[in-house]
Design a protein around this ligand. Structure first.
Ligand code: SAH
Length: 651
C-alpha cells in the first residue's frame, strides 16, 4: 500500500456476482477427486475447492492451503458445503462455529469412494434432500451403490420439518410435534388443514402434504400470545408485526424495551410475531432502538423522512411538530406502514408514560411473515435500510495465516469490500467471497475512503481493506479525518470498527530477529502529506534519541532521494555498522529479507514494498552455524545480559 497517489486514478466500482448460494465441493486429496467430479456433474453450479498441496492446477476451480479454516469460512459465509472427506474432519472444523441452526447452510460429508453421503448439518435446509440426490447419482457409478445416511426422523415421508419452520415462523407448541407427526404419518393420506396461513405458508406447500380444509390435523398461523395448540393442531407464530418506534436521543434502552413489551402484551400479541423494529434514519445510530431489536431478536431498519412522508395520508395522528423536526408527520406510524407495505395501521401512535414519555410506538401487520434476521447482506429482505457499518480491516502484510480471526470475520460478514485491487485479491485468495467487491486502482486514498463512507451510509456493511494495520500510515486516520471535517450527518450515523493487522515493520522484524527489543519508532518518508522539513526533524530526533527506526514508504516511483538523506542523519548519531534489515514483500510469495549495515544501505536496494528497519546503537547480529543471521536490540542498557546472572543460571 502506498499512501501516495502515484498514479492519480481511482477505479470504478466493480460489482461481483453473489456466490453465496453455490455449493462448494471440498476435496482434500486426489483420492477424493473421483467423487468430487461425479458430484460436480450432478450439481454443475457447484465449485470444486481443492487442497493446493495435493492437487494439480486443472483438478480444482479454487485452491486452499488450510482445510479446517476453509471449511469454516465457507460455512460461515453461508455456502452449502459438500466435503469429500471423513465426517470427523468437518465436525472438527465447524464445531466452534455452530450457533443458530436456523441459519446454517447444508453441510454434507461424502466418503471418498462415494459409498456414503452424510448430511451433517442443515438437514432441514436442504441437506437431506441434497444427500439423497447425490447418493442416487453416485449409485449409478458404483456397483455397491451409494447410501444417504439420513438421521433426522419424521421428515422422510413428509419432506418437510414441521418442527423447524423457516425463520419467519415460530412453532408455539413444540411439545405436541411428536404426537402430531406420529398421527399424521399413521394416517393413510398425508393431509393437513391450514388455518389463517397466508402467503407465508409456502414452505409447507413444498412438502408432500395435501391440504384440505376438512383434514383432522391442522396447522394454524397466529400473532396472538398464549395460543394453545394440541396433538391435532400445530400453532405457528408468524413474524408479521411491523413495529414503528420513535424515542428521544439517548433514551435508556430498558425503558424502550419495557414500553414496547408492555404494549404488545397489553394487546395480546406474541413478541415472536415481531417482523422487525422500524424508525426514521435519524435514529439509525440510536442505541435504544438497536437494543430493542436485539432484545426481540429482530433487525432494526430505517427510512428517510421523505420516504415516511409519502405515507402521511394514512397516518392516524399526524403532527406538525414532528414534521418540523424530521421532515415527516409521524415517525412511529409512518415507519410501521412503510415496513408492512400496507396503508393500514393496526395500532395508532401510543406515547409512553412516565419514564417512557419520550417514546412512541405504532404497528401495522404485513401480509406475509418476514425473516427477522439481520445480516446486512441478507439481500435486504426487510424494507428500509440497516444502520451502515464501516470496518477498517487490516490484512497484515501477506496471506491469511497472519490475519486475525476478528479481521477475517469482518471480511466474511461484510456485504461490500472496498480497497486497492491487490489487497482485495489477497483477501479473496484463501476463502470464498460473498461480499460485493469494489476494487480501486492504486491512487487517491481519500476517494476510496469517501466511497466506503457513502456505501456504509446507505446501510451496507462495508469492509475497507488495508494491508498491514489500517491505523498505521493507512486509511483509518483518513476516514476519521473525513468524518471529522465533513459534517455529513449520514456518515456520522455509521457504526465504525477497526480491526488491527500485523504492520509491515512487525513482519520484517519478526522474520529477521528482534530488532524492536527496545524503544523504537516508525517514520514514513512520504512527503506527500507532511512537509519534508518536518520529516527530517523527526529523523534527526530519532537519531539522537537512539530509537530503532523503521522507515515506511522509503521510495516511490518519483521520489528517491529521501532515504539517502535519512541515512546521513542517522549516521551522525550511530555507528556505520549498525544493523539494518530490509523487509521486501513481507508475507508474500516473493518475500525477501536482507541483513546489512547502515553504511551499506543504498536506495537501489529498496522499492515501494520494502520496509527499512534500522537498529539502534546497541543493536547487533547473531549468526548461527548454518549462516542464519538474526538482528536484535538488547532489552536493557547493560552491556551483557549474562554478566547479571548467577553462576547457576549460566551453567
Ligand atoms: N498500513 C501498512 C503501511 C502502509 S504504508 C502497514 O501497516 O504495514 C506503505 C508502506 O508500507 C510501503 O511503502 C512499505 O514501506 C510498507 N509495506 C507495506 N506492506 C509491506 C510488505 N508486505 N512488505 C514490506 N513492506 C511493506
Amino acid at each position: 500500500m502506498s499512501t501516495e497517489p502515484e498514479q492519480a486514478q481511482s477505479g470504478a466500482p466493480q460489482p461481483q456476482a453473489d456466490v453465496r448460494a453455490r455449493p462448494a465441493i471440498v476435496v482434500l486429496g486426489s483420492s477424493g477427486l473421483w467423487a468430487a467430479q461425479r458430484i460436480k456433474v450432478l450439481l454443475p453450479e457447484a465449485e470444486i475447492w481443492g487442497q493446493r498441496q495435493r492437487l494439480g492446477e486443472e483438478e480444482a476451480e479454487r485452491f486452499f492451503s488450510d482445510a479446517l479454516l476453509t471449511l469454516k469460512s465457507l460455512f460461515q459465509s453461508g455456502r452449502p458445503v459438500i466435503a469429500v472427506c471423513a465426517a470427523g474432519i468437518v465436525i472438527r472444523a465447524l464445531a466452534t462455529s455452530l450457533t443458530d441452526k436456523s441459519q446454517e447452510p447444508p453441510v454434507l460429508a461424502v466418503a471418498e469412494d462415494g459409498s456414503s453421503v452424510v448430511p451433517l448439518l442443515g438437514g432441514h435446509h436442504g441437506a437431506n434432500r441434497l444427500a439423497q440426490r447425490l447418493a442416487e447419482g453416485l449409485a449409478l457409478h458404483r456397483e455397491a451403490g451409494s447410501h444417504a445416511a439420513i438421521t433426522t426422523a419424521g421428515d422422510l415421508r413428509l419432506a418437510v420439518a414441521l418442527d423447524e419452520p423457516p425463520a419467519c415462523w415460530t412453532l408455539a407448541n413444540p411439545q405436541d410435534y411428536k404426537a402430531f407427526t406420529a398421527e399424521l404419518l399413521s394416517a393413510p393420506k398425508l393431509r393437513l388443514g391450514l388455518l389463517g396461513c397466508g402467503a407465508g405458508a409456502d414452505w409447507l406447500h413444498a412438502s408432500s402434504l395435501a391440504f384440505e380444509a376438512s383434514a383432522p390435523l391442522r396447522v394454524t398461523e397466529t400473532l396472538a400470545a398464549g395460543a394453545q395448540g394440541s396433538a391435532q393442531e400445530l400453532v405457528y407464530i408468524g413474524r408479521r408485526i411491523c413495529l414503528g418506534v420513535g424515542c428521544e436521543r439517548n433514551t435508556e434502552p430498558q425503558v424502550l424495551i419495557d414500553f414496547v413489551g408492555a404494549e404488545l402484551a397489553g394487546a395480546g400479541l406474541d413478541a415472536h410475531a415481531l417482523a422487525g423494529v422500524f424508525s426514521i434514519d435519524l435514529k439509525a445510530d440510536e442505541p435504544a432502538v438497536h437494543a430493542l431489536a436485539q432484545h426481540f431478536g429482530v433487525a432494526a431498519r430505517f427510512f428517510s423522512g421523505a420516504q415516511l412522508e409519502t405515507l402521511s395520508a394514512y397516518l392516524r395522528t399526524p403532527s406538525e411538530v414532528v414534521f418540523a423536526e424530521t421532515g415527516c408527520h409521524g415517525v412511529a406510524e409512518g415507519a410501521a406502514l412503510a415496513a408492512s407495505g400496507t396503508t393500514q395501521l393496526q395500532q395508532a401512535k401510543i406515547i409512553g408514560q412516565g419514564r417512557a414519555r419520550g417514546c412512541t410506538l405504532a404497528w401495522s401487520f404485513a401480509h406475509q411473515a418476514r425473516d427477522p434476521r439481520n445480516p446486512l447482506h441478507d439481500g435486504f429482505s426487510l424494507p428500509g435500510a440497516a444502520q451502515g457499518r464501516l470496518t477498517l480491516v487490516g490484512l497484515g502484510p501477506g496471506g491469511q495465516s497472519w490475519r486475525s480471526h476478528a479481521a477475517q470475520r469482518a471480511l466474511d460478514l461484510a456485504s461490500d469490500w472496498v480497497g486497492f485491487k491487490m489487497y482485495l485479491d489477497i483477501a479473496a485468495a484463501d476463502g470464498p467471497v460473498s461480499a460485493e467487491q469494489h476494487s480501486f486502482a492504486i491512487g487517491e486514498e481519500a476517494d476510496r475512503c469517501r466511497y466506503a463512507l457513502d456505501l456504509a451510509a446507505q446501510g451496507r456493511d462495508v469492509a475497507l481493506v488495508c494491508s498491514g494495520d489500517p491505523g498505521i500510515f493507512a486509511m483509518s486516520a483518513l476516514v476519521l479525518q473525513l468524518l471529522d471535517e465533513a459534517d455529513n450527518p449520514a456518515w456520522r450515523r455509521i457504526a465504525f470498527a477497526f480491526e488491527p493487522g500485523i504492520t509491515a515493520m512487525q513482519g520484517a522484524v519478526a522474520r529477521s530477529g528482534a530488532l524492536m527489543g527496545h524503544d523504537f519508532c516508525a517514520i514514513s518518508l512520504s512527503d506527500l502529506m507532511t512537509p519534508w522539513e518536518q520529516i527530517e526533524r523527526r529523523i534527526a530526533a530519532a537519531a539522537v534519541s537512539d530509537f530503532v527506526v523503521s522507515f515506511y514508504n522509503p521510495v516511490s516511483l518519483r521520489r528517491r532521494w529521501q532515504l539517502e538523506r535519512a541515512k546521513e542523519l542517522l549516521l551522525k548519531a550511530r555507528p556505520a555498522d549498525t544493523p539494518v534489515v530490509l523487509g521486501h514483500s513481507i508475507g508474500r510469495p516473493e518475500e525477501r529479507i536482507q541483513h546489512l549495515t547502515l553504511r551499506e544501505l543504498e536506495v537501489e536496494m529498496v522499492d515501494m514494498l520494502t520496509v527499512v528497519c534500522v537498529g539502534a546503537a546497541s543493536s547487533r547480529q547473531v549468526v548461527q552455524p548454518s549462516g542464519q543471521t538474526w538482528a536484535y536490540t538488547p532489552r536493557g542498557y547493560k552491556p551483557r545480559l549474562t554478566d547479571d546472572l548467577s553462576p547457576e543460571e549460566t551453567a
